[in-house]
Design a protein around this ligand. Structure first.
Ligand code: AMP
Length: 281
């Protein structure tokens, strides 16, 4: 595995790889890698000849009150894990190279970014679509892999790819969880031992919601209320949202039917955790 920090070097390596007729897969990450990220890298390794994993804590997807400098980082450990999982090129650009002085161009997806996380983090997806566009232009992938953990992000990226005619196949990998059900996340590091022991309630509440729906409940408000009640038992929790939405449009549903996404964002102490479950009714 080689590490590339320079944008031009990455571009010329990608061009050379394409000329050789090889398939490039990109796995964009913000680092502090865990099994969730590694599952994406393994999927990329199966699908492509050259796997590029990017590690970049993208400042434009953090809001003014969110501390980008506090985001956990461990590039040495990431390098080992990324290589073991099948990465060929680790792309680790600098802020200066990605957003040089005078930078002023952003990519925005509209409707899909207004609900769920977008309602609470109004500039977040603009940062995501911008950085992914830049990574597509730098890494020139045939395939890009994202996690279902960030369900809205995956849908927004698919939309952007369609709307802007990027010649990139978007693949979405399932959520990887700890044994107790908590979705793996770099942000779990912010949890105290007490909070960590309570955090699996998030997934448990989604599973209970699923059971209610399988039992015939069709009123989203009833399901949401029950889920909220479970999460409220965690002393340090603060719910941003629990929503039951159409899995394609991300619009809230009045009746539970078809392909449904139940998505939540909850602060447990300092950590803003997200999770979701897809249900077909
Ligand atoms: P991040 O480093 O948090 O920006 O995540 C990079 C990519 O890994 C995104 O596409 C995430 O959706 C994906 N990812 C993060 N956590 C998980 C997980 N637990 N299971 C599957 N994919 C994940």
């Amino acid at each position: 595995m080689k590490t590339v920090t320079d944008i031009e070097n990455m571009q010329s390596y990608a061009e050379k790889t394409r000329r050789e007729g090889k398939v490039i897969a990109l796995v964009p990450t913000m680092g502090f890698l865990h099994e969730g990220h590694l599952s994406l890298i393994r999927m990329a390794d199966k699908a492509a000849d050259l796997v590029v994993t990017s590690i970049y804590v993208n400042p434009t997807q953090f809001g003014p009150s969110e501390d980008v400098d506090q985001y956990p980082r461990d590039i040495d450990h990431d390098t080992t894990l990324a290589q073991q999982a099948g990465t060929d090129v680790l792309f680790v650009p600098t802020d200066k190279a990605m957003y040089p002085q005078g930078y002023q161009t952003f990519v925005t997806a509209e409707k899909l970014t207004r609900s769920l996380c977008g309602a609470f983090r109004p500039t977040h997806f603009r940062g995501v679509t911008t950085i992914v566009t830049k990574l597509f232009n730098i890494v020139k992938p045939h395939i890009a892999i994202f996690g279902q953990k960030d369900a809205q992000q995956a849908i927004v990226i698919r939309q952007m790819t369609r709307d802007l005619n990027f010649d990139v196949e978007i693949k979405v990998a399932p959520i990887i969880r700890h044994e107790d059900g908590l979705a793996m996340s770099s942000r779990n590091k912010y949890l105290t031992p007490q909070q960590r022991s309570e955090a699996p309630v998030l997934y448990q509440s989604l599973c209970e919601a699923q059971k209610m729906i399988e039992g015939g409940e069709r009123n989203p408000n009833v399901v949401k209320k029950y889920t909220q009640k479970m999460i409220d038992t965690i002393a340090s929790s603060k719910i941003d949202y629990i929503e039951i939405v159409d899995a394609v449009t991300l619009e809230a549903v009045r009746e539970i039917k078809g392909n449904i996404l139940i998505a939540l964002a909850v602060y447990i102490g300092k950590a803003r955790l997200i999770d979701n479950i897809l249900i077909k009714v």
